[in-house]
Design a protein around this ligand. Structure first.
Ligand code: ADP
Ligand code: ZN
Ligand code: ZN
Length: 654
């Protein structure tokens, strides 16, 4: 007897498809089905008694006897698809490891993650840490949210380890999410050396087979701990007992292409569904989480002291207005020399890779810009090329100015490469370790650099964002922060929040062992109010002034936003398309939702496509989502829909 199956298929359409099947196919199992002229892999969502369509096609094959997605995960994925107004088929695709998406068998090739030697740390947990562990462990069997606000180096990871042990003792599993660049081999090793359970890691450096093995070990319950980056939120874990998110404020928990979800926000839904606690740790809480504390939705627990007993670093400003244009002020160089001669390490943070950000004509002021983007070309000296960091377009630098034909072209400004070069002229005998996307492209490179730093010998570390978070370098005595003035002038309303988080996180790398560390920030705007707070480590006070401003201006987290972004080869198509949507939205007429735009983003053209944004904002989340759901039902009527590429971003952060 054939049955009717409702199947989710990975296509960008807001619907599911009905098929006939003679074989048994359980809900949550994968099936191979004909779709148009192709065969695709879908997932069975339900069994039906009747279909609204006649002439149903039959499935080709049932791929799983045991469902690949259990009911709790299917419910979670449906909730997510619904909230983000994204097709369920694509949401399921984003949740599955590649090998399952392409139809490979759901079998474990190699059991991994077994700890071999369990170590005990050379210290005992502090009173402060114990109080936090006790409070959270006392309510492991119910949904509750905790913000673990601990200063940098306060031993949050130690707290996670104790909590994880407590949950393992109950025979349950733990999901730990960390930022993309926070999941280092050191972090994984730290968990493996302390916990007597198989630990699986899910992140981009794992190959497809390893990812599938990890997924299946989590799913069958053998892995006690899943450590992963954002997509690990979708891992099936039948005995899930606790979710931990480390560095909660980090932007990498938000997926910025395709299915644009926030793993941090979704964790709350998953924890509620499983009726378990969720712990969000950070030294610099996001305004969203601070507001949740104010609203008594989550409980704030704090770690105010560094675990090692060290003081927080002393932060100083260096006024660059008196300097003559080099990257390094004389004061900074002198301080660096002092720490290095004491046998310590020094780190310089500059948030730009490449050699120099500007290639220009000293005669007429011409500047090299990307032919495909509204963006300057960045000079990369090692390959003698100008590169666009938006579209990867490359070219050989011009010899003479294309405008005035003079041979007067020069570079201006600094990136990591040029800084490395300048440093090697000041410090001839000290190793310089550069860490940025260019030096860590090779799979193991980042780990090798970290190993060299962890050897503890004096060195200068030069790096970008990649260095800002989580690392614990015991010999690092000083951090210099260069060229952050761009962040002070940011047009994003979240700009100063992000900058304060970055400054405190980068500073937090210094002086984590016994001695107090030192931080020097070079700026041409020493009077900017942000420094008042950063210098004295008063992040919370700064955050509350920002929260007051957001409350007054009704910006998130005091309202909810959605962004509709359209892009097209011709400018007016993108703009007119969004105008069409804006008109449609105005017809839906829900008064509590404000509509702004279409407006151009800061970078209007990227890789030959013109971008426009339309923003929706409301203090009433339901009303906003109701409007978007209605829009989704009417997108077929938009006349320009085949001339543009567009997407919807719920709770955008950019
Ligand atoms: P965070 O994650 O809060 O930045 P970590 O957990 O990495 O901090 O801890 C910082 C350092 O302090 C680590 O080297 C860790 O081994 C050490 N540490 C943690 N807890 C204690 C403790 N109770 N006593 C002594 N050292 C500790
Ligand atoms: Zn010129
Ligand atoms: Zn470009």
């Amino acid at each position: 007897m054939s049955q009717i199956l409702e199947v989710a298929i990975p296509v960008p359409l807001n619907k599911t498809f009905d098929y006939l099947s003679d074989q048994e196919a359980k809900v949550g199992a994968r099936v191979k089905v004909p779709f148009g002229r192709k065969k695709v892999i879908g997932v069975v969502l339900a069994h039906k008694n009747k279909s609204d369509f006649d002439k149903l096609k039959s499935i080709e094959e049932v791929l799983d006897d045991i469902p690949i997605l259990d009911t709790p995960i299917l419910d979670f994925l449906s909730w997510s698809a619904n909230y983000y107004h994204h097709p369920i088929g694509e949401v399921i695709t984003a949740a599955l490891p590649k090998n399952l998406r392409i139809g490979k068998d759901a079998v474990i090739k190699k059991v991994v993650g077994l700890s071999n030697k369990i170590e005990t740390p050379g210290f005992s947990i502090s009173e402060e840490q114990k109080a936090v562990v006790d409070e959270i462990s006392s309510c492991l069997n119910n949904y509750r949210g905790f913000l673990l606000h601990g200063v940098t180096g306060s031993g949050k990871t130690e707290v996670y380890l104790h909590l994880t042990q407590a949950v393992l003792d109950q025979g349950k599993q733990i999901l730990i999410l960390v930022p993309e660049i926070g999941l280092t081999p050191q972090m994984i090793a730290r968990f493996e050396s302390r916990l007597d359970t198989p630990i699986v890691a899910i992140h981009s450096q794992r190959n497809a087979t390893q990812k599938l093995d990890a997924y299946l070990m989590a799913k069958n319950g053998t892995a006690g701990v899943v450590l992963g980056t954002r997509s690990a939120i979708f891992t099936p874990m039948p005995n899930l007992g606790l979710i931990i998110i480390d560095e909660e404020h980090d932007g990498s928990f938000k997926q910025q292409s395709g299915f644009r979800y926030s793993a941090r926000d979704l964790c709350f839904i998953r924890a509620k569904q499983a009726n378990i606690p969720i712990v969000l740790g950070t030294a610099t809480p996001s305004l969203e989480m601070l507001k949740a504390v104010m609203d008594k939705k989550i409980t704030r627990l704090s770690l105010a002291k560094r675990a090692s007993g060290a003081q927080l670093p002393k932060v100083n400003l260096i006024d660059m207005r008196a300097e003559t244009g080099g990257a390094l002020s004389a004061i900074l160089v002198a301080k660096m020399k002092q720490h290095l001669s004491n046998g310590k390490q020094v780190m310089l943070f500059i948030n730009r890779r490449g050699y120099a950000p500007v290639y220009f004509c000293t005669e007429c002021g011409w500047k090299s810009e990307c032919d495909h983007c509204d963006s300057p070309m960045i000079y990369h000296r090692s390959i003698n090329r100008l590169k666009c960091h938006h579209c990867n377009h490359e070219k050989i630098p011009e010899q003479t100015c294309p405008e005035c034909q003079q041979q007067s072209l020069e570079v201006f400004g600094y990136g990591t490469q040029r800084l490395e070069e300048t440093l090697s002229s000041h410090f001839t005998n000290i190793p310089i370790i550069r860490i940025d996307r260019d030096t860590t492209r090779r799979k193991k490179a980042f780990a090798e650099h970290l190993e060299q730093i962890n050897s503890g010998k004096p060195c200068i570390i030069v790096g970008t964002q990649m260095l800002a978070k989580g690392h614990d370098f015991s010999q690092l005595a000083m951090v210099g922060i260069l060229d952050i003035d761009g962040g002070l002038l940011s047009s994003n309303f979240r700009g100063t929040e992000y900058l304060a988080q970055l400054l405190i996180q980068v500073s937090g790398r210094a002086g984590r062992a016994e001695q107090q560390g030192e931080v020097a920030i070079q700026t041409r705007y020493p009077d900017h109010p942000i420094f008042n707070y950063v210098l004295s480590n008063r992040y919370t006070q700064f955050a509350s002034t920002l929260l007051k401003q957001r409350a007054q201006t009704k910006l998130p987290p005091f309202s909810h936003q959605a962004l509709i972004c359209a892009n097209a080869k011709t400018k007016h198509n993108a703009k007119d398309f969004l105008q069409e949507i804006a008109n449609l939205l105005k017809n839906i007429s829900i008064d509590s939702v404000e509509i702004w735009g279409p407006v151009t983003p800061v970078i209007e053209k990227k890789a030959d496509y013109y971008y426009f944004n339309l923003y929706l904002q409301s203090t009433d989340r339901k009303a906003l989502h109701q409007m978007l759901a209605t829009l989704n039902q009417h997108t077929d009527t938009l006349s320009l829909k085949n001339k543009v590429r567009w997407y919807l971003d719920i709770d955008p952060i950019e």
